[in-house]
Design a protein around this ligand. Sequence first.
Ligand SMILES: *Cc1c(COP(=O)(O)O)cnc(C)c1O
Length: 823
Amino acid sequence: MDVGFKPQAAHLLTDSRQVSFPEQSIFFAIQGEHHDGHAFLQDLYQMGVREFVVEEAAWTDARKAETVHWTDAKIWVVPSAIRAMQKLVAEKRRTFNIPVLGIAGSNGKTIVKEWLVQLMSPGQRIVASPKSYNSQIGVPLSVWNMGKEHTLGIFEAGISKAHEMEYLQPVMQPTVGIFTNIGPAHDDGFRSRKQKITEKLRLFTKVKKLIYRKDYKDIDEEISLILRPVNPFLETITWGTTKSGAAIQVAFQILKDKTIISLKGKSGNFSFETGFRDEASLENLTHCIVFMLDFGVNAAQIQERILSLKPVSMRLELKEGINHCYLIDDAYNNDMQGLSMALNFLSQQEQRQKKAIILSDVLQTGQTPAELYNLVSKLLTEKSINRLIGIGPQISSQAQLFDIPEQQFFPDTDAFLKEFAFNTLTDSLVLVKGARPFSFEKIVHRIQQKAHGTVLEINLDALVHNLNFYRAKISSGPGHQNTKIMAMVKAFAYGSGSSEVASLLQFHRVDYLGVAYADEGVALRQNGITLPIMVMNATVPAFDLLWEHQLEPEIYSRRILTDWVDYIRKKNDPENTPLVHIKLDTGMHRLGFVKDDYDWLIGQLRENPSIKVASIFSHLVGADEGVHNAFSKNQYEQFMEGATLLEEILGYTTIKHILNSAGIVRFPEYHLDMVRLGIGLYGVEATGQEQYALQSVGTLKTIVSQIKYLASGETVGYSRSGHVSHDSAIATLAIGYADGYDRGLGNGIGQVSVNGTLCPTIGNVCMDMTMIDVTGANVEEGDEVVVFGKEMPITDLARRIQTIPYEILTGIGDRVKRVFYKE
Ligand SMILES: *Cc1c(COP(=O)(O)O)cnc(C)c1O
């Protein structure tokens, strides 16, 4: 197999926004459903990238012309950039002769991988997939890191449709496999569950050994039927808890304070203790144990190491910190790749100018400290870090390699906590990045703002997923491949946190933001948002703010237009006059010019060419419901008529837009030049038709403050409205109507999820607290409770009190801390 090109670069780059070492990177321009890497070739060249792989189909004459003067660059033109990258990595992989474990299956891949990295680290130098890098792009990026120093590779592979695994097998070339399990879920990408199994098995066509759980009958069957014939010398290592005929008989004995896992097989009988008790963790752990026994790790060492295993949390969290700081909590591991990913996340955040990092020794590399910290130093400088706090003997010993404006070093975490002047850490974005042995969670605990128990967790990956869902919708609309997106971030981004959400949307290149009031726009500007922003309710007293921050008002009435004309005439600075957006009222009867205003409006626009119109728009009243289709069509026609008329007078075309989230789904023919995306971003598909395609973004959580046992006949809460009809366990939650838990949800109308059990409210909701009936649920004081989220959909909650999810989201109180995370 000949790749056809020999790059010089040491780093593979597939995302133009994640450049760390441009001169040493080769960029693969990938064309995706929502994204075209070719659009960023110029930017990357400017940054210093000199090697490019582009796709034939996208390599147009215009693009060629743009790059003719790049005499110092190399450009390879291939049919598919992803395939070219995979081949390049496959070729590199073939030059290594170390054991490589490949992990496939529906659930647990990342946990088994992360645990085995922890468990096998003593004695092995491991190269592994970072986070859950298991895709067509993630696998090659992971395997590319393999170096001479490594003694073991551990990678995961995930596929979403047929034929994908065929490409990943040669890239990874696993010598050993673990098939974790198979989920019951029906996947769009596969005809059947059986096909899902056989496709995943393609990762193992060349492994020598395969570990799997024989309790899964259909996996076992497909291995005999499909895998064996193509891999006849395969050695299977099977385990099982039932009488499945597995080679290793496993039993889980769950005791009060521990679980005993016992294994009985040809090579002996073993038993291990662990603190885990849930079925999924026990299954994952048994896969790890079976792998380690086969690898030759002795039982005493296995026991010692599994006792220090912790649940895997790979979330990268963004939280509010002390002294007006923001905190990125990544206190989980610290290798070069993890560090580089966390720094990329840090540099995407616009909330604070100053960037600080608290960094432990970097673990798991085969380089000398000088080589390693030289690289770390370059990376920190490249990402414009203003302050470095290094913790650990190794990083301290290499202090002279760093050239950060402010830097300090401490031998260990306790010394830092004792000696550091915390009042000097102000107004910064602080990345806390430490390897597990450094216990950086103590540092996070010290510098994060304390929550009162109720938090709204925002899943940033889900938000991006939802954005991409709507992107795919608009790019498939008839004739409007270039439809722009205005993301509505009014009302604190529907309760989710404006600057954090806006920052993410800016990074993912939406075209416009929409807010309700000037103040909201100003707050975004103060947090580093540079996207154009439309302000819907602009008023005369706010004009100075609009001007100063370049915010673009919606012009909706004769009065506001007259005021604006007066204002900009006084300013007399056409260069700096903000653009405006003209709103037509086609039936909503809220804001906007009606037909009778058009003549007047046209006169004004003629007389005042200094009014620069960015867009003309209207709003549908019933985009979500079929009964209003005729009305919607009429609104659209009125709108187009009005907009065409105005454009004729203006003498230039403007951006025309009429759809909100529901409209995007229901009216592809009205996508026009832009759409205004609101609630859908936050995970609610307003028509209900495609709710399954969105991911829930916000999870509102609180905690159990106290549990009481009440006898039949007693009452709970104000006005004695909660009647205990049989002996009950009643829990008090740290959330009330002041936090946005509607008073209408009291007296059994609302339910919350407590460790998987739905429990009804009892009695009236109080200002700061709510009582629930937890009789029969498995719950202790201090436990976490989900108020809404996956377990309790917000649409369901809204329905119970005859409202809409918009109201619940925007009603969540200010005192509820928002925590942002990435998986
Ligand atoms: C809020 C708003 C939107 C977004 O509506 P969703 O239903 O949340 O998508 C669009 N246009 C206007 C004018 C809005 O005020």
